[in-house]
Design a protein around this ligand. Structure first.
Ligand SMILES: Nc1ncnc2c1ncn2[C@@H]1O[C@H](COP(=O)(O)OP(=O)(O)OP(=O)(O)O)[C@@H](O)[C@H]1O
Length: 323
């Protein structure tokens, strides 16, 4: 488990990370999201002892990185895949890492096989494509068979096969009970990969929730209901609008036989329709995409927003609630 307690980092007047308190648990893939400059890399660097917190602490299995007895065996990280000696072969790069950490050479060949680089292991890493660098970085992270894995933008530069490979690898690592913490700007991929989400904006925590809960609470998640009789659908609409004590329930009329209901569940709409004996031909949840839900949440915290862009222009759910 990774534990952050009041974690804060200031660079002069810039507060890069502001009082983050949360646990990243084992057995799950936790996606770490936030606009550019939100503080994701700085947070990861502090967890890995590469940056010193201005205040608070970051712990791995209850201890700060500096206090870990065998860091490479306790936490594996991919931060900057290109941070290696370009003249060294992939295998020599990993062998050097293994030697200095008391890891046997056969483990190097194992991880090269796992990441699909066994055939090019003796080639100079300097000639690698970005995707191959990423795979080598993942191999380095896995070398010590650690319980905690931290990947910063692991799918950057990977082709669709590679992206899928990372998805399956991170899933398997979490299923083995490990802690997997990864950042990515690729929302569609994150939606497929992560079970849990930690979202920050301008250094502060915006959300720490399961993926399913986050999507269900999005304003873009709605119930679509359709029936063959306009009179019955009008009655249903009236009842949903008047009977619902919850002002969050909103009904949009798509046509005289179709409604889109927001702020409630498919069960509630189904029960109301049943109570009124309204014939239905369709009743289903239209789920928000992670991208839609994320845009709603982060609209205010985009550091480099283009005026009039989607992210900057949409009111957040909190703003709507205040109006
Ligand atoms: N060494 C540094 N000196 C000064 N400011 C820094 C330094 N490192 C990061 N920052 C600032 O801290 C803030 C957070 O940066 P960070 O790189 O952690 O964000 P990020 O969420 O990883 O962004 P991205 O998605 O673009 O990688 C930014 O405003 C950045 O300019």
């Amino acid at each position: 488990m990774i534990t952050l307690r009041g974690l804060t980092k200031r660079y002069g007047d810039t507060v890069a990370v502001d009082n983050l308190t949360l646990d990243v648990r084992e057995g799950r893939v936790t996606g770490f999201l936030g606009p550019n400059g939100a503080g994701k890399s700085t947070t990861m660097r502090m967890i890995l002892g590469l940056d010193r917190p201005s205040r608070g602490e970051a712990l791995i299995g209850g201890r700060p990185y500096a206090a870990l007895r065998h860091p490479v065996r306790e936490v594996g990280a991919l931060l900057d895949a290109k941070a290696l000696h370009p003249a060294r072969s992939a295998r020599d790069h990993l062998l050097a890492m293994a030697r200095s950490n008391g890891i046997p050479a056969r483990r190097v060949d194992e991880v090269l096989e796992t990441v699909g680089l066994a055939k090019v292991a003796r080639r100079r890493a300097g000639g690698f494509s970005l995707g191959m660098y990423q795979r080598l970085g993942v191999a380095g992270a896995l070398l010590g068979d650690p319980r905690v894995l931290i990947f910063d933008e692991p799918v950057n530069g990977l082709d669709p096969d590679g992206v899928r490979w990372i998805r399956e690898l991170t899933r398997n690592l979490a299923d083995e009970g490990r802690t997997v913490f990864l950042s990515s700007h690729l929302m569609s991929e994150m939606q497929l990969t992560a079970d849990q989400l930690v979202i920050i904006g301008r250094g502060t925590l915006l959300a720490n929730t399961s993926m399913s809960e986050f999507l269900a609470n999005s304003a873009a998640t709605a119930v679509r209901v359709r029936g063959p009789e306009p009179g019955s659908i009008a009655m249903l609409r009236h009842r949903l609008e008047s009977h619902s004590a919850d002002p969050a329930v909103r009904v949009d009329v798509v046509s005289d036989t179709e409604l889109v209901v927001r702020g409630t569940t498919v069960e509630f709409v189904g029960d109301v329709a049943h109570a009124l004996a309204v014939r239905l031909h369709e009743l289903r949840t239209m789920s928000a995409s992670l991208e839609q839900a994320y845009m709603e949440l982060t609209a205010e915290s985009v550091e480099y927003a283009v005026p009039g862009s989607t992210a900057g222009a949409n009111p957040s759910p909190r703003q709507e609630a205040q109006v």
